[in-house]
Design a protein around this ligand. Structure first.
Ligand code: PPS
Length: 348
């Protein structure tokens, strides 16, 4: 089967599918690899692939693009706040970032377990009915909300450039965030155990193996990064490292100020920095826990291990990964990233 992007679909089957369904209890409806690339998704991706590829970006859009767990939520909150709330007086900020910054392919992620029963989520459906009065929920609630959101949109995606509109970068601004793979693995393991859509039941060893085999949700991190890195000189692409954002926060915000053309004063940038630091965002996460987030999480795991904002640190992997895991990921870096020329600052 050929997709609008020219990719073909390979369905997982046989022993491989059985193994995946044993380790990821959330994969209840099959999974696919999108070729070339080996991008890995729940089967529902196929239904929405053309919508994503043809998604109409606008000149006023800012798209925050990352592989999972690289710092999307943090960056989208920074970008949204810089653009919409630099004096911290916009009442819309009370809505959770999850609902202010449309996540383009969320319908695909939720479809594997068909949760939440989206049409029972009153807040989400109210937003859908307001923005898409003629919309059909079956065609993707999140996708249609993203499409119908008025200017100036700040959008979130984990999709790689090759699965999105080829003119994305000539149309809209993209902020790409990269993070060192050791911390990404630890963060993604937490996420995959926390969320019902993945519900990872395996061990840390198995999870690291899935990572180096490029078999986690969204597929190869290195290829995602490569596609962005190759475009880094495009004037509409701004490349950020999680580690720099953490270490030199204000300096990174100044760079974003220039890229986004937000013209914020130093005082406003300092306000944004404070408002988006880990502890402040964590307080808001707890206060804003909405129906969707609650219904997405395994409650026992949430109560014992915490929510999406876990640690927010650089180098926390050292508390979790053993020498063998490090060697496997180092080998993965050597094999895939060395030639691309990306190295992660402040990570060793
Ligand atoms: S997701 O679910 O894929 O969109 O996750 P994503 O937002 O990309 O990444 C989640 C990790 O980012 C951390 N985070 C932060 N770190 C520092 N400061 C702030 N403000 C912040 N907000 C989110 C979050 O805690 C996840 O990392 P870990 O290492 O798991 O804590």
């Amino acid at each position: 089967m050929e997709l609008a992007s020219g990719h073909t679909v390979e369905e997982l089957e046989g022993e491989e599918l059985k193994r995946m369904e044993r380790d990821f209890l959330g994969y209840t409806d099959g999974a696919v690899r999108i070729m070339p690339g080996r991008w890995f998704f729940p089967s529902a991706f196929v239904k929405f692939a053309e919508n994503y590829y043809k998604f109409k970006f606008r000149e006023s859009d800012v798209v925050v693009m990352t592989w999972p767990k690289c710092g999307t939520t943090w960056t989208q909150e920074i970008v949204w706040t810089m653009r919409n709330n630099p004096d911290l007086d916009n009442p819309e900020a009370k809505i959770s970032t999850f609902n202010r910054v449309p996540f383009i392919e969320m319908d695909t992620i939720l479809a594997s377990k068909n949760i939440p029963p989206s049409e029972d989520d009153a807040g989400l459906m109210a937003a859908f009915e307001k923005l898409c009065p003629d919309g059909d929920p079956k065609e993707g609630i999140f996708f249609q909300i993203a499409q119908a959101t008025p200017d100036s949109r700040t959008l979130k995606t984990h999709l790689p450039f090759s699965l999105l509109h080829p003119e994305l970068l000539d149309t809209a601004k993209v902020v790409y965030v990269a993070r060192n793979p050791m911390d990404v693995v630890v963060s993604f393991l937490h996420h995959s155990r926390l969320l019902k859509v993945t519900d990872f039941a395996g061990t840390l060893d198995q999870f690291v193996q899935y990572f180096v085999d490029d078999d986690l949700l969204y597929g190869p991190y290195w290829l995602h990064l490569k596609e962005a890195w190759e475009r880094r000189d495009h004037p509409n692409l701004h490349f950020v490292f999680f580690e720099e954002l953490k270490k030199n926060n204000l300096a990174e915000l100044r760079k974003l100020n220039k890229f986004l053309e937000t013209n914020l004063t130093e005082e406003q940038l300092q306000k944004v920095a404070r408002y988006t630091n880990f502890s402040e965002m964590k307080v808001r996460e707890d206060q804003q826990a909405d129906d969707l987030r609650n219904s997405l999480a395994n409650q026992d795991y949430l109560n014992s291990h915490g929510g999406f904002l876990r640690k927010g640190e650089v180098g926390d992997w050292k508390q979790h990964l053993g020498l063998e895991h490090k060697a496997m990921i180092d080998h993965w870096i050597e094999r895939h990233l060395k030639d691309i020329g990306v190295s992660f600052p402040h990570s060793s």
